[in-house]
Design a protein. Sequence first.
Length: 145
Amino acid sequence: MMKKSRHKGFTLIEVIAVLIIVGILAAFAGLGIVVAVQGYIFSKDNAIISEKAQLALSRINRELVECYNCSSNITGTSFTYLNPLGTRTIDWSNNAVNISTDTLIDKVSSFGLVYNNTDKCIDVTMYLTGVPNSFSTKVYPRNTP
């Protein structure tokens, strides 16, 4: 009587096929992880930029709300005004918005102040470097005639 030999294990072809399939799956998983990390970094950078812009606009709003001499002469990128803290200046120079001598926000590619006679408000608009969207606010000074 002859015994049938049963060899247990994998053939070389089976091992190579499994390694190729696992390699392909790992490549797709790696691409997915890279895209997820890029999305995270993009959203983190946008959050930082948005927070900087929001803080700057809030500070400008606070400064101009108490303005004593806000009137229709506000146009351009610089404005000198009087508020309870004294004579102050908001200006845009060297890609930064400054209040008096202190830098409020940097990396600003465009900045503008415009007095709106209809609404009796000041429109503040800024564009930050590398960001296609504008950040803007309307300030309604309390002490305007």
